[in-house]
Design a protein. Structure first.
Length: 338
């Protein structure tokens, strides 16, 4: 590989001058910068990020660890993160824990070993402090898609209890009195919070605990939704509505009901969560609780940059917790045509 010495020799300057052109270009005249860049282009020189990282003590990469890279919600969150990182001259390494605590810990340890500049984490477990490896390595981090005590860390999340409440009120106002809840892994705080909101709506309406029928799902994907849908349509008496912990589950449920001849929304009203792009584009447009993924990613990246380079050096960094309010987007899947 071509090194910095060859570039300096080709440009007729010192190694220090080449280093300044690459790292502190304002210290070098325009004419010299042009000569160095011409030499770089001619020789095909590629700077060594590992060497730069060794000198600086950290990389120019942020880590983003999410539960499912196949979920469009997390893809949108990543886009919001990348925009902010790019403006700061940083890249983003996106990794998938696949809803596994073990995989989550392995990636966080890898991030610490690689001395990432900072980490955004959508944690799997709802208890404990999975980010301990980052804290030991003094790597700044922000928790995304889950609110935490601002004495512990910065975080950005939506109010999932309120989201479940909006979905429940909508279905109850339409006259439904037996509502299924298709949840996901019980270790996920979001799944439990959304159900709690649904339960509060039922309590407001004066209904008992039996108004909600739990139909568990092992994962938060379309396949798990199809499995849950098969169990749901076999219930007797069958609920007249279903609220799903995310849109992928809801789309899977609707696939099963379509195959079984159960009409949506005439026989079964369906509400999802996240309002991913496919919600509106499905054959029967899906009512969903909008979960502002890109905004969560953007705000979280901004908090992380503030933690990496605090502007208030006198008082130090203060953790911030941001909780966004969800919005119900009503579509055909829960509202029959009049």
């Amino acid at each position: 590989m071509v090194g910095i010495k060859e570039v300096a020799r080709q440009a007729g300057v010192s190694v220090g001058t080449v280093s300044n052109v690459l790292n502190r270009p304002e210290r070098v005249s325009g004419e010299v910068r042009a000569r160095v860049h011409a030499a770089i282009d001619l020789l095909g020189y590629v700077r060594s990020e590992s060497a730069r990282q060794l000198r600086a003590g950290h990389s120019r990469m942020l880590g983003l660890l999410v539960m499912d890279t196949g979920n469009p919600f997390f893809a949108a969150l990543a886009r919001g993160t990348e925009r902010v990182a790019a403006e700061a001259g940083l890249g983003v390494m996106v990794c998938n824990s696949a809803e596994s605590v073990a995989a989550e810990q392995a990636y966080l340890s890898l991030f610490a070993e690689q001395r990432l500049r900072g980490v955004l984490l959508a944690p799997v477990a709802s208890d404990g402090e999975p980010w301990e490896a980052l804290r030991r390595a003094s790597i700044p981090f922000v928790v995304v898609d889950r609110a935490v005590d601002d004495q512990v860390a910065c975080s950005v999340a939506a109010d999932d209890v309120q989201g479940g409440l909006l979905a429940g009120r909508h279905l109850l106002a339409a006259g439904h009195r037996r509502i299924a809840y298709v949840g996901g892994p019980g270790q996920l705080r979001q799944v439990r919070d959304r159900r709690e909101g649904l339960a509060r709506a039922a309590e407001e309406a004066g209904l008992g605990a039996d108004a909600i029928v739990d139909v568990p799902a092992e994962r938060l994907d379309v396949g798990a939704g199809r499995d849950a849908g098969a169990r749901l349509i076999g219930l007797s008496p069958r609920p007249t509505a279903v609220f799903c912990a995310n849109d992928l589950l809801a789309l899977g449920v609707m696939q099963t009901t379509f195959d079984a001849g159960v009409r949506v929304p005439e026989d079964l009203a369906v509400v999802g969560y996240d309002d991913i792009e496919f919600a509106e584009a499905s054959l029967i447009p899906l009512t969903s609780v909008r979960h502002p993924a890109a905004e969560i990613g953007r705000l979280a990246a901004g908090l992380l940059l503030r933690e990496i380079e605090p502007t208030d050096l006198e008082h130090g960094h203060r953790h911030t917790g941001i909780v966004l309010q969800p919005e119900l987007v009503v579509r055909r899947s829960s509202t029959p045509r009049s």
